[in-house]
Design a protein around this ligand. Structure first.
Ligand code: TRP
Length: 338
């Protein structure tokens, strides 16, 4: 096994990297599916959490809104419990090596691999003109991961094709130019909950879905969150029946279970036989009880002048040496001038 060194000190912990696009507002699906598990992961791994603004611009973003969302996402990472003393939180475009490595990786990635990506197909169907960046999106994601020699990449199931591609690109580079990149593991040790849309329990809760009743935002005022949950799509049964749960009801139960970290049995005891109106009221209570302290922390973070900027600057400074040394190595391996 290769020794892992960082700043001359042997690196004992495996490195984790994950990213969130600052496009749209983060919601309870992002929290339960990703942020909540990152908060746990950070104690066992050297953790890097990146706000991927260069990914966001693969589709048009209003500049002022993008700028505001970058800070909103960063503040929500902190409010969710990511500790900047043990994890690095940084903005992708602050570390120029992301774009630099992406170009090198682009040159070893067959176009056919990219055209096959289901997310590219879906996103390009929705666009009138397709920016080249949309096709390159997964190469940039590979650069994010390989730049830090990350062993573990906590992402949702919807990103598994991109992660598989990252592995393919790493292996191709390694076989063409010699061992350079850590090939990340395919799966997470444990992953978070998969939360579905409140208005459409067949699709995953999304930042970019249009419906007002689709997602509960992490910054939604309590009465707004409650209203959305009370209006969630259920089915024609009158009450919760664990023997035949409809998708909407199962989703509401999963939301409460994931927030409270209840076991299956506990969730059953809470909800079996409850009428849907009561179920929704109870789920709304649980969600609001968790959002309130998070929102309080959020307000403290954004209310402290200079704090957030400092966290992002420190995060970028901490990761930059690792990124720079990987780029140096990749350049040397390719014969670029170093
Ligand atoms: N594509 C990821 C998503 O939409 C975001 C992302 C970009 C990412 N770079 C990453 C996730 C690197 C993990 C690691 O969810």
């Amino acid at each position: 096994m290769k020794a892992n060194f960082r700043n001359g000190i042997p690196r004992m912990k495996k490195r984790v990297l994950s990213g969130v696009q600052p496009s749209g507002h983060l919601h309870i699906g992002n929290y339960l599916g990703a942020l909540k598990s990152w908060v746990k992961v950070q104690h066992g791994y050297e953790s890097n959490f990146c706000i991927v603004d260069l990914h966001a611009i693969t589709v048009y973003q209003d500049p002022a809104e993008l700028r505001a969302k970058i800070e909103e996402v960063a503040a929500l990472f902190l409010a969710s419990g990511i500790d900047p003393d043990i994890s690095s939180i940084f903005v992708q475009s602050s570390v120029a090596e992301h774009a630099e490595l992406a170009w090198m990786l682009t040159c070893v990635t067959p176009v056919g691999w990219l055209q096959r990506m289901t997310q590219f197909k879906a996103k390009s169907e929705a666009q009138e003109t397709i920016g080249d960046g949309l096709l390159q999106y997964p190469v940039l994601m590979a650069a994010d991961i390989l730049l830090y020699q990350a062993a573990i990449v906590p992402v949702g199931e919807d990103q598994s094709q991109h992660l598989e591609l990252t592995r393919d690109i790493a292996q191709r580079f390694n076989s063409l130019y010699g061992d350079t990149f850590t090939v990340p593991a395919t799966h997470l040790p444990s992953s978070g909950a998969r939360v579905m849309g409140l208005d459409d329990p067949e699709t995953k809760m999304s930042k970019s879905a249009p419906g007002a009743g689709h997602a509960v935002g992490l910054l939604d005022p309590p009465e707004v969150a409650r209203k959305k949950i009370m209006r969630a799509t259920t089915d024609s049964q009158p009450a919760v029946n664990f023997e035949s749960l409809g998708a909407g009801v199962a989703n509401l139960i999963e939301i409460a279970r994931a927030f409270e970290e209840w076991t299956e049995e506990r969730a059953r005891a809470e909800f079996d036989g409850r009428r849907y109106g009561e179920l929704k009221k109870r789920v709304a209570d649980v969600v609001i009880a968790h959002l309130e302290p998070l929102q309080r922390r959020y307000r403290e973070i954004v209310g402290e002048p200079g704090y957030l900027t400092g966290v992002l600057r420190d995060g970028a400074e901490r990761v930059r040496p690792v990124a720079a040394s990987t780029v140096q190595l990749a350049k040397a391996r390719m014969g670029l001038y170093v």
